[in-house]
Every structure is written in C-alpha cells, then in structure tokens.
Design a protein around this ligand. Structure first.
Ligand SMILES: [Zn+2]
Ligand SMILES: [Zn+2]
Length: 276
C-alpha cells in the first residue's frame, strides 16, 4: 500500500522538471527537503566559486608583482582572513534566495527562466536580457550602495566592506550580513519577472563574479586604451571602483558609470601610482 501523501507534496512536479529524470516515479520529495537541499548545494557552489575566482586573481596579482592590501604583512594577513570570513558568510546568505529561485524553476516551473530558444524574438532577447539584467542589477546596487553610505547605515553594515584598506581580490563578497541580504535578493527576484534564457543568466553571473573580484584586486586588467576610451567612459572596472575605496563619497556604481554620471557622483578613475 502506498503511504498517504504529505501535505507538502508537489502534485505532478515530476512532469514539469526541465532537468527531469532524477526522481523515482513513485516518490516526489517534500517541498521543504528539495528547497533545503537546493540552498545547501547553492551555498557550496557559491563558496567554491568565490574561493576559486578570488584565489585565482589573488595568485595573478602576486605573479604580476602588485602589492595588494595593507603594506604591513601582519595587518595584511589579518585583513585577508577577515575578507574570506565575511565572504563565506555572504556565500550562505546569497544561497538562500538563489537556491529557492532555482528550485522553483526546476521543480515548479514558477520562474521566467527559459530553457530553449524558439524563434528570432527569443534569440534577439538573449543578448538584450543580459544587458537588462546587468542594468537592473547596477541600478539596484547604485542606490542601495549610496543609501548605505549614510552615517548610521555605514556604521551598522557597509563599514565591513570598507574595512579593507586597500582591498584585495578576497574582498569580492566581504559584506556585513545586512548588506549581503540586499545584494542577494535582486537577481533571484528578477527571475520571476524578467524572462531570461539559462545561458544568458550564466553570462550575467559570470560577469558579476569576475567584476566583483577584479574591481578589488589592486590593478587594472583591461588595456589602457580601453580604460581611457569608450569602454572606460561607460563601463566600471578596477580603476573606477578603486577610487570609491579611496574617497568613499563617489563612484558608487557596479557595472556602468551611468548613474554616477547622471547623479554627479562620478569622480573619474584612480591613479594607480598613488596606491598606499
Ligand atoms: Zn568595493
Ligand atoms: Zn561603499
């Protein structure tokens, strides 16, 4: 005799699994189990991604002979240990909305994630959706970041990120939990509203990860001709974010200089020869 179904059973969830085939036809796990598992897997993925990408760029920084972080070696080691500690806590916080959204997509089909490309409209939307997600993420980051520079919020949350003086590649996710929550919710929420192909989402996450790390590593990875040209006038790279860490009250953006320029908070690019 089959056991009575739990009230948390997802009726017919197996039939809508885009990645299906991994569950027994007789058993659909309770919602709580699958969501908790998705969050745990996501936390592991984000933590490993952070350690690999930050570690990789920290290694490149050393290879190039660039000194990152404080000049005093003991202070530098203490700072990097703190950057890694806060980043790993952030990895767990980021995993909660990300895991819930992806499990909603996988098991329930509730998000706007597309798994196939049908027709030219969807093919055209692929690159446009990458830009739309980056612009919306950048807008959210600009305004929440600027808000967190108000004295009370700065002390309560954002001071953790600015405790890195100057930052290293390990500071990519070095945020107080309050700030990590604000950074974690936007993209998972957008997945329920703005259609995006899973491949375009992967490109957005790749750009977010690489820029988060490289903007803090203490040197510019793009060629000078790019940084001083059209690219650098519109796109944020290490030279722009470094100036935020030096002066605090400018250059709040994440990917684009659009909001900084529009709101008069853009202070131009850092002069690397002046790094402490
Ligand atoms: Zn920063
Ligand atoms: Zn800041």
């Amino acid at each position: 005799m089959r056991p009575a179904p739990s009230p948390f059973f997802i009726a017919g969830a197996r039939d809508v699994l885009p990645l299906g085939g991994c569950q027994s036809p007789r058993y659909t796990p309770p919602v709580f189990t699958t969501f908790a598992f998705a969050v745990a897997v996501m936390a592991a993925i984000i933590a490993v991604r952070y350690l690999a990408v930050s570690g990789g760029f920290a290694w490149l920084t050393k290879l190039r002979g660039v000194h990152d972080g404080p000049a005093d070696p003991a202070k530098r080691s203490r700072q990097i240990a703190q950057e890694i500690r806060w980043s790993l806590i952030s990895a767990v916080i980021y995993a909660v909305p990300a895991g819930l959204a992806l499990e909603s997509a996988r098991a329930l089909g509730w998000t706007q994630i597309m798994w196939t490309i049908n027709g030219w409209q969807q093919a055209l939307w692929f690159p446009l959706s990458v830009f739309a997600y980056l612009f919306l993420h950048d807008s959210w980051f600009y305004w929440t970041h600027r808000w967190m520079h108000q004295p009370r919020l700065f002390k309560a949350a954002h001071a953790v990120h600015h405790a890195s003086r100057p930052p290293t590649a390990w500071a990519a996710m070095s945020f107080h939990p309050w700030e990590a929550i604000s950074g974690a919710v936007l993209i998972p929420a957008l997945l329920f509203i703005v259609p995006i192909h899973i491949g375009a989402l992967a490109i957005v996450m790749l750009i977010a990860t690489i820029m988060g790390v490289t903007n803090h590593m203490g040197w510019e990875m793009f060629p000078q001709s790019w940084v001083n040209g059209w690219f650098g006038r519109h796109v944020i790279s290490a030279s722009h974010h470094e100036a935020h860490h030096r002066h605090y009250n400018c250059n709040y953006g994440l990917y684009f200089r659009f909001w900084d320029k529009l709101c008069g908070t853009d202070r131009g690019l850092a002069n690397w020869t002046q790094r402490a």
